[in-house]
Design a protein around this ligand. Structure first.
Ligand code: MCA
Ligand code: AMP
Length: 501
């Protein structure tokens, strides 16, 4: 582990402060954000985010309608400047998921781009339209001295095995340290130009993908939605880094044989980074073969931000997530959850536990869940199972909970989908599992006992039902009908007995 180098300065975005202080200086004219044909320099970002920050400064907590747009980036930056915690909302969330997040996090305001139609679940909230007007006179940025590093910066909702998603409270300290640790590992500087098409309501797309470049004084070009053509265009027009989930790299690997321009563009990139789920070795190899470049993986979690990475100056090794980041303590533990595994033999499996300034502070309103997530001496139990190579490289081999599914890089709890399915009148019993999928990593499979075996609900009907209530990425892709679910003597569903045959 490298020594801890903690920057506890409350100023998350020095380049923005500099642009504000010297609006005619070169720093103010540097590009900061670009979404399609709309962009902002640091000076323009300061001019548009600072009045918004002043307007939200008195709000206890705000929600942000996190579409993949310039408005979302501006709203989150404004909240961070004001020191007001922001809750990013997935604009595709269904009524039940949105209702839960809003009642749990109790924001006083919702920020959304001007002209956005918001769903009824948000009707009771006061609304503030984000209007990007770079001609507005910049008000002074709120004094950075007012923000304690422990102040909650973001509350990001993340699924567990059962029940609705929990709000992970992420302090400013965690954002600053994780981004600085990545800068060290990736030699990430203000000269880098990042391209990605990740959603902006999760850690990957928002903290790494938007706040990361802004903390470095560099820039990001967001694709609006992921497409290999957009990746090729941006990397051939000056972008230096690409972030994506394995599904995106899988689609790149599939496209490469017929797209020499994409291969050429990827070959020029300084760094290709994958995370949120494991990138299969086959996709690693296909990309390396077509481009001569190796994708590097980093490993993180909503609750911990980033824990490990293959370093830019290290050996890229497919199938591993590299070494602990500076400041992150990482250990593997035996089944008892407290005895450390000492072996670095590439064989002995243990649960990954982490400790460090990159961690969240708590699950909002869930003291018991928070307590259960940590050991007595402050290690966070990730639930991920791994081995360590002799040189310290971590290899994730699975996860403890079979009821957590990673599909397209999204973490999805089987329990929340089962609960939604049970609310469908055509479903008497339901169990949800994940099965391997070349594109998504895992796909969601629903096993149901229909209320009326003569007319069971169709896969489309159940997919729509789940998408409307929770979110489209949580919809089952496959549905099996059964006469009864396999249960043990205690009545517990035996998911391992759920197979096709
Ligand atoms: C299809 N669609 C539907 C339905 N069927 N909508 C409603 N009801 C239905 N029944 C729509 C979808 O909404 C979507 O719409 C389109 O059809 C296709 O959806 P789908 O096939 O599900 O996926 P995709 O659009 O092809 O998405 C693949 C993806 C996506 C782009 C890779 O999964 C993705 O963005 N993943 C990123 C996940 C992520 O950022 N995870 C980070 C969390 P439309 O076309 O309009 O969109 S993990 C994290 O943060 C930690 C810290 C970490 O380590 O990174
Ligand atoms: P989330 O809770 O959505 O933030 O997802 C965090 C989980 O994603 C981790 O606990 C891991 O299981 C998984 N994950 C993230 N990055 C990687 C990676 N590079 N390789 C394997 N799994 C990963």
């Amino acid at each position: 582990m490298s020594p801890l180098s903690l920057d506890l300065s409350p100023d998350l975005f020095p380049a923005l402060t500099e642009a504000q202080a010297d609006p005619d200086g070169p720093g103010a004219h540097r590009p900061a954000l670009r979404f399609g044909d709309r962009s902002l320099t640091y000076g323009e970002l300061a001019a548009t985010a600072s009045p918004l920050a002043a307007r939200v400064a008195e709000a206890g907590r705000i929600a942000v309608w996190a579409t993949p747009t310039l408005e979302t980036a501006v709203a989150v930056v404004a909240a961070l400047l004001a020191g007001v915690p922001a809750v990013p909302l997935n604009p595709k969330s269904g009524e039940s998921e949105l209702g839960h997040i809003v009642s749990d996090s109790a924001p006083t305001l919702v920020l959304a781009a001007q002209g956005t139609q918001l769903p009824s679940a948000l009707a009771a909230l006061e609304r503030l339209a984000i209007d990007i007007d770079t001609s507005a006179p910049a008000t002074s940025l709120p004094s950075p001295g007012t923000s304690d590093p422990e102040t909650p910066a973001l509350i990001v909702y993340t699924s567990g095995t059962t029940g609705p998603p929990k709000g992970a409270v992420i302090p400013r300290r965690a954002i600053a340290t994780t981004l600085d640790a990545l800068a060290d590992a990736w030699q990430w500087t203000g000269d880098d130009v990042l391209v990605h098409g990740l959603p902006l309501f999760h850690v990957h797309g928002l903290i790494l993908g938007i706040l990361g470049p802004l903390r470095r004084g560099g820039s990001v070009r967001h694709l609006g939605r992921f497409e290999t053509a957009g990746v090729a265009r941006e990397l051939s027009e000056g972008a230096t880094m690409l972030f994506g989930v394995p599904t995106m790299y899988h689609r790149i690997a599939e496209t490469l044989p017929d797209d020499p321009a994409l291969a050429k563009a990827l070959a020029r990139a300084r760094l290709l980074v994958s995370g949120s789920a494991a990138l299969p070795v086959h996709d690693h190899e296909r990309i390396a073969q077509a481009t001569g470049r190796r994708v590097i993986e980093r490993y993180g979690m909503t609750e911990t931000l980033m824990n490990t990475s293959v370093r830019a100056d290290g050996e890229p090794r497919a199938g591993t997530v590299g070494v602990p980041l500076p400041g992150v303590e990482l250990r593997l533990t035996e089944e008892d959850g407290t005895t450390a595994v000492e072996a670095y033999d590439g064989e002995t499996v243990g649960e990954i536990q982490v400790r460090g300034p990159n961690l969240f502070t708590e699950y909002l309103n869930r003291p018991e869940a928070t307590a259960a997530a940590f050991t007595e001496d402050g290690w966070f139990r990730t639930g991920d199972m791994a081995v360590r190579d002799p040189d310290g490289y971590v290899r994730i081999v699975g996860r403890k909970a079979t009821d957590l599914i990673k599909s397209g890089g999204y973490k999805i709890g089987a329990g929340e989908i089962e609960n939604a399915l049970l609310e469908h009148p055509g479903v008497r019993e339901a169990a949800v599992t994940g099965e391997p999928d070349a594109d998504l990593g895992e796909r969601i499979v629903a096993w149901i006992v229909p209320a009326d075996p003569q007319s069971p609900p169709t896969v489309d009907e159940l997919a729509d039902h789940v998408a409307r209530r929770l979110a489209p990425h949580k919809r089952p892709r496959v549905v099996h009908h059964l006469d009864a679910l396999p249960r043990n003597d205690m009545g517990k569903i035996m998911k391992r007995a759920l197979t096709h045959d």
